[in-house]
Design a protein around this ligand. Structure first.
Ligand code: SF4
Ligand code: MG
Length: 333
């Protein structure tokens, strides 16, 4: 079956202005040549430090930000050619972290949930909204005529989920959607998302800085660093063995990591480099203790591991022909 979403060589940069005349001083390559696919019904988790391009990728996927290059192919149709933006915006819905900022404070919960359906001219937006509220665990008789400020953070996030589902999306992009919630509420919302995925046959892209949350909900995990994909793998494979030194550092920084799976990689030191002038070669070389000469000059390509082609990594250590002194040996344990 063809993937529901194919992203090819996606690129986005933002000009950086400075000085009293506000002249362009350079550009930040927020997303640089990103490639991935999402199958129908699966959840792809995207992880990485803040500023790595996760949120920009999400915004490109729903057309909130316009790409500079590359292709977004949704359900077999390329955005901008066979697929008009308005169709993409209906087929792909997004749920953000800040449940309060995304709701209009002057609209009742019912009107918020029905809003998109009304704009799209769908039949019976009100009864649709009531049934979606019911489905996310908000009794419409109790909540329909309340306002966002009268709800808890978890209830507001349920409203956002109901609002997204009312549009009958195929793909839902969740950007730090449970990150602001207390742990117990977070677990409830994650369970709800799992149930809804099943019930409506949804596909998710789940962006989070919390690896445990991503593990719980995802089938595959994609790791980004400075606008690039450095590793992508089925969740069990990457939990078993992180192949990229950056991924290893991310995982070893997890307080609850099972000691058997804990890597020897030290946690990340320092801040990511300035994205206006990213390092040449492998962008991670300034923070990687395995870096060698070739890492500073040559960009590693994303390729499958010999024992598991579905586990892809961009690092010279895993490429027997890269010229790295330990080429082909993988990351030393
Ligand atoms: Fe480290 Fe080199 Fe691999 Fe980059 S390519 S992660 S610098 S070993
Ligand atoms: Mg973000």
């Amino acid at each position: 079956a063809q993937p529901l979403l194919i992203v090819r060589d996606l690129q986005k940069y933002f000009p950086v202005r400075g000085g009293i005349l506000g002249r362009a001083q350079g550009r930040v390559q927020a997303v640089d040549g990103v490639n991935f696919e999402v199958k129908k019904g699966e959840t792809l988790g995207i992880v990485g430090e803040s500023g790595c391009g996760k949120s920009t990728t999400a915004k490109l996927l729903i057309g909130l930000t316009e790409k500079d290059r590359g292709e977004i192919i949704f359900d077999g149709k390329a955005l901008g050619r066979e697929l008009p933006l308005k169709d993409l915006r209906r087929g792909v819905q997004m749920v953000f972290q800040d449940s309060y900022a995304t709701l209009n404070p002057r609209l009742t919960i019912l009107d918020s949930v029905a809003f998109g359906a009304r704009v799209q001219g769908l039949p019976n937006p009100e009864s649709l909204a009531r049934s979606m509220m019911d489905r996310v665990g908000l009794d419409p008789d109790r909540f329909a005529h309340r306002y966002p400020h009268e709800l808890s953070g978890g209830q507001r996030q349920r409203v956002n989920i109901a609002r997204a589902l009312a549009m009958s999306p195929r793909l839902v992009v969740l950007d730090e959607a449970v990150s602001a919630l207390d742990k117990s509420v977070e677990a409830q919302v994650l369970n709800l998302l799992s149930d809804l995925r099943e019930e409506f046959g949804l596909t998710y892209i789940f962006i989070s800085h919390d690896l445990n949350v991503v593990r719980y909900i995802s089938d595959r995990i994609l790791v980004m660093y400075l606008g690039e994909v450095v590793e992508v793998a089925p969740v069990d494979a990457i939990w078993e063995r992180q192949a990229h030194p950056y991924t290893r550092s991310l995982f070893s920084a997890m307080p609850s990591m099972d000691p058997d799976n804990r890597t020897e990689e030290p946690p990340l030191a320092g801040d990511p480099p300035n994205p206006i002038n990213p390092p040449a070669g492998c962008r991670f070389h300034t923070r990687c203790r395995h870096a060698s000469g070739v890492c500073k000059t040559t960009v590693p390509t994303l390729a499958g591991l010999p024992l598991n082609a579905a586990h892809r990594v961009a690092c010279h250590l895993h490429d027997a022909t890269s010229g790295h002194p330990e080429a082909g040996q993988g990351v030393p344990a």
